[in-house]
Design a protein around this ligand. Sequence first.
Ligand code: ASC
Length: 149
Amino acid sequence: MNRLLPIVALAAAAIALPAQAQFAKPEDAIKYRKAGFTVMAAHFGRLGAMANGRMPYDAKVAADNAAVLSVVAGLPWGAFGEGTDKGETRAKPEIWKESAKFKDSADKMQAEMVKLAAAARTGNLDNLKTAFGPAAQSCKACHDAFRKD
Ligand code: ASC
């Protein structure tokens, strides 16, 4: 799994790009991107629990969770297409008004998740802790700027 990770990440990036055209309805895209963030929250939460000592550190569990994150982090972005600003969403209009800034934030988060996965693969808890903070910050920065509440 670990040796395949760069290939898996590239594949995820490649399928994420044309994803926008793959949704029949805006609601489907909204549901898809929310699902991606929900999956991320589950896996990121486990890493946070280990980094903060709320869950015993297990190097393999950490590496597996981070590997999932580094792939799923590439998926939601193709689902912010036209017409997906309304409906069951907390997405702010700034996503579409400041799309370059939004893309930078999304890219930053993905880069942090790749770094987190690399840190997790070292099997060292201190490395995981070091990478976790900036990764969490990259989630928060985007939420603060682009998500309601
Ligand atoms: C999580 C989660 C988020 C981020 C964010 C980090 O575990 O669900 O949205 O971390 O709270 O600041």
